[in-house]
Structures are given as structure tokens and as C-alpha cells.
Design a protein around this ligand. Structure first.
Ligand SMILES: [Zn+2]
Length: 253
């Protein structure tokens, strides 16, 4: 974690106490809010207010756990490094744009100043003042912008350099997130595959059991049939003989 940059990002949202969160909070594991409050030396409500402000920007995230005895939720927090860096990049982009406009302005618009009173007017306002200082009435002199432009350009270069570092950090964070995602997907795919294999193994075993059960049932039925088939022909022969008898008797009639 680039602590210096993350601190700057946090400071822009929640001031000094938010900056102090770096070092207390982690980018990986969650920290209990009561522990955070203790380390910041603030009340739990003050701590939560800062964390909520940061969480609105997505710069911190939380997980909650229900206290089984008391029945309320306790939150734990961690820093979302990527979002913090992106937030800082947004601020820097704006500053760089402002600076570019200032440089362009100094290069195209003339400025006039009173060196005695140390005040400066742009061309338009100098014209309104009739090129005379409103304080001491000396004649305004056209300012030499070269040093101002030089200073702006130096500042611009510094910010561009910083932006480069932030962009590199952001890219690194993104690849880290992507790798994490890939690992999670791989794990899920593996789990699904194993689950599928387990299920097919189970159904195979169930089928086997069912088949065995049926076989046993058949075998039992076969056994039951056997004694019946021995007694049946006896009964049938009796019936047959009686039928034959009736037939015979009918013939006699
Ligand atoms: Zn003056």
C-alpha cells in the first residue's frame, strides 16, 4: 500500500483523523470499529461518522457481525485502496486542468501591477483603472509573467509526475484485484466440477443399490413362486378332474 498517497486521499475526505486511519486499517483484513475508535482516541460515533464519509466514496468497506447476546450489529472495516487512489486521481486531474488554464491565461493575457502596493490587474481591469493604481495612483506597469509561468510549469510537472505514480499504483491494484477474481472463479469452477462428480458418483451408487434391491426382490419372488408351482398342479388337477367329472355327468344326462 502506498501509504503516503492513501493518506492524502483520506485527508481530502475526512481531514486529519481520516488520515490517521492509514496504519490502523488494513487493505486486506477487517478491523473492529471499537478497536478503531480506541486507537483514534475518539468516541464510537465520531469514528463511525468519519468511516461513513469515507465509505460514501467507496474508500473503505465494512462487514457486520451480529452480537448473539446483545442482538446488535458490530462493524469491521478495511481500506479500499483502489477506490482511494482513484479518488485522489480525480482531485489531481482537476488541479492539473486548473493549472493548465492558469498557464494559458498568463501566456495570452497581459497583466499589470503596482510594484509599490504589490497588487496586480489583468488587462481588462487595468484598462478600467486607466492603468493607474487605485491605492497610490502610480502608473501600472506591465508585469513580467515569465517567473510566474515558470513556477506554474514546475508545479504542473510535479503534479504530472505524481499522477504517473498514482496511475501505476492503480494499474497494479487492478491486476491484483483481477488475479483475486480469477482465483475465485477457478475455485468456483473446481468446486462445481467436484460437486458434479460427487453427484454422478452418488447417482451411480444409488442405481447400483436399486438394482441390487430389485435383484434381491426378484430372487425372493422366485423363491416364493417355487413352492407354489409345486402345489398348484395338484390343485389344478383336482379342479380338472372335477371339471371332467361334471362334463362326464352332463354327457350322461
Ligand atoms: Zn499602488
Amino acid at each position: 500500500m502506498d501509504e503516503k498517497l492513501i493518506k492524502e486521499a483520506m485527508f481530502n475526505v475526512g481531514g486529519k483523523p481520516a488520515e490517521s486511519l492509514v496504519g490502523i486499517l488494513d487493505g486486506k483484513k477487517y478491523t473492529n470499529e471499537f478497536l478503531i475508535a480506541k486507537k483514534l482516541d475518539l468516541t464510537i460515533n465520531q469514528t463511525r461518522n468519519i468511516l461513513y464519509k469515507l465509505s460514501e466514496q467507496g474508500m473503505v468497506s465494512s462487514t457486520r457481525k451480529k452480537d448473539k447476546k446483545k442482538g446488535w450489529y458490530t462493524y469491521s472495516w478495511k481500506i479500499e485502496e483502489l477506490r482511494a487512489l482513484e479518488f485522489l486521481r480525480g482531485i489531481l486531474d482537476k488541479r492539473i486542468e486548473q493549472l493548465q488554464n492558469q498557464i494559458k491565461n498568463r501566456e495570452t493575457v497581459g497583466y499589470y501591477s503596482c510594484t509599490k502596493c504589490n497588487i496586480e490587474f489583468n488587462e481588462e481591469n487595468a484598462l478600467i483603472q486607466d492603468f493607474t493604481c487605485p491605492e497610490c495612483e502610480s502608473i501600472l506597469e506591465r508585469s513580467d509573467n515569465t517567473n510566474v509561468i515558470k513556477a506554474f510549469k514546475r508545479n504542473f510537472e510535479e503534479l504530472e509526475k505524481k499522477l504517473g505514480i498514482i496511475n501505476k499504483d492503480i494499474e497494479e491494484e487492478k491486476t491484483r484485484h483481477q488475479k483475486q477474481k480469477d482465483r475465485a472463479v477457478k475455485k468456483a469452477v473446481k468446486f462445481k466440477k467436484e460437486e458434479r462428480m460427487r453427484k454422478s458418483r452418488e447417482t451411480r451408487e444409488k442405481k447400483k443399490k436399486l438394482l441390487k434391491k430389485e435383484e434381491r426382490k426378484k430372487a425372493r419372488e422366485e423363491k416364493k413362486k417355487e413352492p407354489k408351482s409345486k402345489s398348484k398342479p395338484k390343485k389344478a388337477s383336482k379342479k380338472d378332474s372335477s371339471k371332467k367329472k361334471t362334463k362326464k355327468t352332463s354327457k350322461k344326462k
